[in-house]
Ligand binder design. Structure first.
Ligand code: 13P
Length: 287
């Protein structure tokens, strides 16, 4: 069964750990993340961008696949199926298809329009018993066509959006999607502390989890971050492992070309990355 993020993130915030959101792209990705969460007895959030949902034949296909997999793999830990960076229409569609959580990313609207649209999505989500993540201050970098410029959120705006009744708040604090440039200034912890003060006990989200040094991750969790999104890092470890398999000529040995063999090292690599993150975020044995 899928659950909303509200309860799990409330517990994470109180227990000073974070739950990882790992983005999925296909069956292999989903299976690898679910099996790792079960093995680690960790709650888990499966993130689906609109681009990834389209790739996987739509929200309904994704929701049905995840629900069926949770059942057939006997997954007992809390699993949250979450729309990542949803548009207004996308959030509505994901709710209709059976997602258990949605992010409505209204950060590119002016604050007033962001508020109006966020309120509508909240009402619809509440009627369906699911959680809503909102964003203030775009996250930098590019992800599936959603481009942000590395903004830092205004704590007063964060409070405005938090007070609308969202369950989770993503606030830009200098984080970006994808790899961090060599001259990256790091996370802005002063702003994070101010946002936490203004919005507590709201669970805060750190997007762009790939490549943030471990000490910064730990400090962010200590300052109120309860959800950390990781996408690119799983893609990089998957690609490196499949590349190694092919470069070693293993696809040419016997039936090494069988997709179940060819993709297996990639799946193992995703599992290792997810486990490492769960250890770092402190979510192991918290299910
Ligand atoms: P990364 O791809 O940088 O890990 O970011 C993931 C993310 O924030 C998804 O919303």
């Amino acid at each position: 069964m899928l659950v909303s993020a509200t309860e799990a993130l409330k517990k994470a915030k109180e227990g000073k750990y974070a739950i990882g959101q790992f983005n999925i792209n296909n069956l292999e990705w989903t299976k690898a993340i679910l099996l790792t969460a079960e093995e680690c007895k960790s709650p888990v959030i499966l993130g689906v961008s609109e681009g990834a949902a389209k790739y996987m034949c739509g929200f309904k296909t994704v929701a049905d696949m995840v629900k069926a997999m949770v059942e057939s793999l006997n997954i007992t830990v809390p699993v949250i199926l979450h729309l990542d960076h949803g548009s207004y229409d996308g959030a509505k569609a994901a709710i209709g298809a059976g997602f258990s959580s949605v992010m409505f990313d209204g950060s590119h609207y002016g604050i007033e329009e962001n508020i109006e649209k966020t309120k509508e999505i909240i009402a619809l989500a509440k009627a369906n018993g699911i959680s809503v993540e909102a964003e203030v201050g775009a996250i930098g970098g590019e992800e599936d066509g959603v481009v942000g410029s590395g903004e830092v959120a205004d704590p007063a705006e964060c409070k405005l959006i938090a007070d609308l009744g969202v369950d989770i708040l993503a606030a830009g604090i200098g984080n970006i999607h994808g790899k961090y440039p060599a001259n990256w200034a790091g996370l802005n912890f002063d702003v994070l502390a101010e946002i936490e003060k203004a919005t507590s006990p709201m669970p805060l989200v750190l997007h762009g989890g790939t490549g943030i040094p471990t000490d910064m991750i730990k400090k962010a969790i200590s300052l109120g971050v309860s959800k950390i999104n990781v996408n690119t890092e799983c893609q990089l470890s998957f690609a490196a492992a499949v590349r190694k398999y092919i470069e070693e000529g293993k696809d040419l040995e016997g039936k090494g070309f069988d997709p179940r063999k060819l993709l297996a090292p990639g799946v193992e690599a995703i599992k290792a990355t997810v486990k490492e993150k769960m250890e770092l975020f402190g979510s192991i044995n918290k299910a």
